[in-house]
Design a protein around this ligand. Structure first.
Ligand code: SAH
Ligand code: SF4
Length: 350
């Protein structure tokens, strides 16, 4: 493929851009201009960069791309507010990204890997297995793609959730470099608080995250309060059991000073019982945290059903008895399989 030889500009750091323009015989300030085209204007084509000499634009066009994600299918939810794009990567791998338009917010749910190695049974990405980590350029490229689109209506991305395909902390370096890029004050300048990283609970990576005193809020996918139940849903629980995970969570809160979110997909009759709520309340009592409940979204490979509203209310009430706050996450884009855990590499729904 032609693209394979080209450099993805979104893969490059500031220093890399400087080296590139130097290699092309241009002064350093051209790198700053290029950076602005990438991160202020989200240019989609070399010819847009009218303040760069034509010769440089041509040389860049020969060598580089503005992102290497090719949108192959775009779907809108019936209410029109959720948009899911299936991208083809330069090597043919397929990933999905979702834009959710709210009143005052535009949230993008981004992927960090093609597939996922964790194998959570209720998750469509887990059901497809692991293909590869995404590059920094492919992660930032998802942001750039939707920024470019929103720019047409004077909009911008206000929030990012790393809750698409893949386990972000399994692809630690690329994910965190991408986040550093998105929060860079001289570029996109998105606040750390506007980003959430969701993790299945990879303890060693969480410790590294805490030690680096990262400021991007973490969400931990818990889904069950006993090892027996959690291992059935989340195979990595065998390696990183609940007691150790809770230690890692407390450590993270202590080191970062930030509240943790716990995610819990409510599966009717399984993890939505009063007994599970009591066990969860006991685990989280006194912790600086919040529980996000997500009624299970349907996936092909798992026959569980979402909890009904009465069971959800009873669960929240029981957690309240332990002083643990919990809310239900609004489900978005379920009709186009753009909800939590529904993303995968299909070209047509089926
Ligand atoms: N790998 C990360 C982030 C991607 S999944 C993680 O597991 O945390 C984002 C969230 O969706 C996680 O909390 C995940 O457990 C949840 N999820 C997965 N499948 C789901 C489903 N079918 N219904 C509801 N939530 C689901
Ligand atoms: Fe991977 Fe998260 Fe899906 Fe589990 S829930 S398989 S960690 S993407």
């Amino acid at each position: 493929m032609e693209n394979e030889q080209k450099i993805d500009l979104y893969d490059l750091s500031k220093a890399d851009l400087e080296a590139l323009v130097k290699e092309l015989g241009q002064p350093k300030f051209r790198a700053k201009q290029l950076w602005e085209w990438l991160y202020h204007h989200f240019a989609g084509d070399h010819d847009e960069m009218t303040n760069l000499p034509k010769k440089l634009r041509e040389a860049l066009a020969e060598k580089t791309d503005f992102g290497q994600l090719n949108p192959v299918v775009t779907e809108f939810s019936s209410d029109g507010f959720t948009e899911k794009v299936l991208f083809e990567c330069h090597d043919g791998r397929l990933i999905e990204t979702v834009l959710m338009r709210y009143d005052k917010r535009n949230t993008v749910c981004m992927s960090s890997q093609a597939g996922c190695a964790m194998g959570c049974v209720f998750c469509a990405t887990g059901q497809m297995g692991f293909m590869r980590h995404l590059t920094v350029g492919e992660i930032v490229g998802q942001f750039a793609y939707f920024s470019r689109k929103l720019k047409a209506d004077d909009g911008r991305i206000s929030n990012v959730v790393m809750m698409g395909m893949g386990e972000p902390l399994h692809n630690y370096d690329n994910t965190l470099t991408a986040i550093d890029r998105m929060t860079d004050p001289s570029g996109i300048d998105l606040g750390n608080r506007k980003i959430t990283i969701s993790t299945v609970g990879m303890i060693p990576a969480m410790k590294r995250y805490a030690d680096e005193q990262r400021q991007t809020p973490l969400a931990v996918s818990l889904h069950a309060a006993t090892d027996e139940e959690r291992t059935k849903l989340i195979p990595p629980n065998k390696r990183w059991p609940i007691a150790d995970l809770m230690d890692a969570c407390r450590y993270t809160i202590e080191k970062t000073g930030r509240r943790l979110t716990f995610e819990w997909a409510l599966i009717n009759g399984k993890n939505d019982t009063i007994e599970q709520a009591e066990k969860l309340g006991t685990l989280l009592k006194g912790m600086l945290c919040h529980v996000n409940l997500i009624p299970l979204n349907p996936t092909k490979g798992f026959d569980g059903r979402p909890s009904n509203p009465e069971r959800v209310d009873a669960f929240i009430k029981k957690l309240g008895d332990y002083g643990v706050s919990a809310t239900v996450r609004v489900r978005r884009g379920i009709d186009i399989q753009a909800g939590c855990g529904q993303l995968r590499d299909r070209v047509v729904n089926g």
